[in-house]
Design a protein around this ligand. Sequence first.
Ligand SMILES: [Zn+2]
Ligand SMILES: [Zn+2]
Length: 134
Amino acid sequence: MARKNFSKKREAIYEAICSTKSHPSAEWVYNTLKPEYPDLSLGTVYRNMNGFKDDGMILSVGSVNGQERFDGNTKPHSHFICNRCGDVIDIENVPYNMQADEVVRNVSNCDIDYHLTFFYGICGKCKNIEEDNN
Ligand SMILES: [Zn+2]
Ligand SMILES: [Zn+2]
């Protein structure tokens, strides 16, 4: 019984991550599922999310404002991260920079399979808030 309950939570955690493009943190998943699963603990969410990551079901996009953020989309793609609000936005169709692979191969003597790009700046939403205040 407990086991069935656990796997249902596990499923809910995975679904919560995949249901959003916001690249959620463990805290976000916890807060989203808590009303439906009152006995859910943050530790359970962390443990399951790390398990999904190890299994390649989700990706980590690194730490933003001190919180690790995750992605249910495991297809290689680039990201924009807002320095102000911490939004992580998918950026598709960035032209692939072969030259960058060449440079890295030369300086590191490593074979490059691929690279992913992170763009940092101020997102459209924050820009609008800024303009409204002026
Ligand atoms: Zn922003
Ligand atoms: Zn993404």
